[in-house]
Design a binder for this molecule. Structure first.
Ligand SMILES: NC(=O)c1ccc[n+]([C@@H]2O[C@H](COP(=O)([O-])OP(=O)(O)OC[C@H]3O[C@@H](n4cnc5c(N)ncnc54)[C@H](OP(=O)(O)O)[C@@H]3O)[C@@H](O)[C@H]2O)c1
Length: 283
């Protein structure tokens, strides 16, 4: 790939609210591959030094449950929802101190709202989910399209729309794609303080620079390096089947993986006539 070198100054908010400037090169204009390193913080992955945020989490399964645990441990105020209603989340609420709410309440409660439900269930969310939520709310999509194992066919994605652009259209709000490429268990257990050699890095794609910075900062608090993976239309670079998917690379590895990703969906990641099967027996 031809490399167009553009010197650019990117400002990365650091873990203690300070701002560090990084000089970097943009490769062929497709993504900025920015590692936001917290230069002022040698602290623990569990030490939150940002302001306490209100965070809505829609989906309380493997990823939603993990983020509920980690964000509450960090001192954030979490509002968590599932499809069965708040009563079914009593144990998680008791364990973590999160507030169990409906999906609509979670969407309106958060400065950041993480939507983390199976792709096929996204259209089941209320159509007016974000009605009344301020426009500056940061919406995060953790989703992945598993046509053979779980989701069945979603034609727009089969036709080339990125998974998160499709989610964004369903939700009617811009989204940031993050947390989709790491196993929930690793997200729970493998956070490390900034500066730890081999610290796992997570790619973050989206069109709104401010929203992306908010997510990059939360990722650092959770104990991971954030890598700016460019605009949402580039987010295929972190979808299932790409080099960065589930491989726990450090920042340099994620940047390389994003660069080397191939856009074509391989048969494993396309719907078949029988989709969906199950994880045990993909169709
Ligand atoms: N598991 C991982 O390691 C992992 C890693 C990265 C990304 N992801 C992706 O993240 C997304 C979530 O995965 P997961 O593994 O956390 O899923 P999961 O364990 O199956 O949990 C799904 C959650 O979504 C909730 N939900 C379903 N429909 C809903 C609706 N209409 N309204 C509100 N809540 C609803 C479910 O609530 P009920 O139980 O009440 O139905 C459940 O709490 C998927 O797209 C997945 O591919 C997963």
């Amino acid at each position: 790939m031809a490399t167009k070198r553009i010197r650019s100054k990117i400002r990365c908010a650091t873990g203690n609210g300070a701002v560090a400037s990084h000089s970097l090169q943009l490769s062929a204009g497709f993504f900025a591959g920015v590692l936001c390193v917290d230069v002022n913080r040698g602290g623990q992955a569990n030490h939150r030094q940002e302001k306490r945020m209100k965070i809505g989490i829609i989906g309380a399964g493997q990823i939603g449950g993990t983020l509920t645990r980690r964000f509450t441990q960090l001192g954030h105020e979490v509002f968590v929802a599932n499809s069965r209603g708040p009563a079914s989340l009593a144990a998680l609420a008791k364990e973590t101190g999160a507030k169990a709410v409906t999906a609509a309440e979670a969407a309106r409660a958060g400065e950041v709202v993480v939507v983390t439900i199976p792709e096929a269930k996204i259209p089941n969310l209320p159509k007016d989910l974000f009605q009344g939520a301020p426009p500056e709310v940061v919406v995060v999509d953790t989703g992945n399209y598993y046509p053979r194992e779980r989701d069945g066919r979603i034609q727009e994605i089969e036709d080339g729309t990125t998974e998160s652009r499709w989610v964004e259209r369903q939700l009617g709000r811009p989204v940031i794609k993050a947390f989709n490429n790491i196993y929930a268990k690793h997200l729970l257990e493998r956070g490390r303080p900034a500066g730890t050699p081999g610290r796992i890095a997570l790619p973050v794609a989206g069109d709104d620079a401010r929203a992306k910075q908010v997510v990059l900062r939360l990722i650092d608090e959770l104990g991971f390096d954030g890598v700016d993976a460019g605009a949402l239309d580039e987010s295929w670079r972190q979808q299932p089947g790409t080099p960065v998917y589930t491989h726990d690379f450090d920042a340099a590895g994620v940047q390389r993986g994003l660069r080397e990703a191939k856009k074509e969906r391989t048969p494993q990641w396309r719907a078949s006539q029988e989709s969906p099967g199950s994880f045990a027996k993909p169709a």
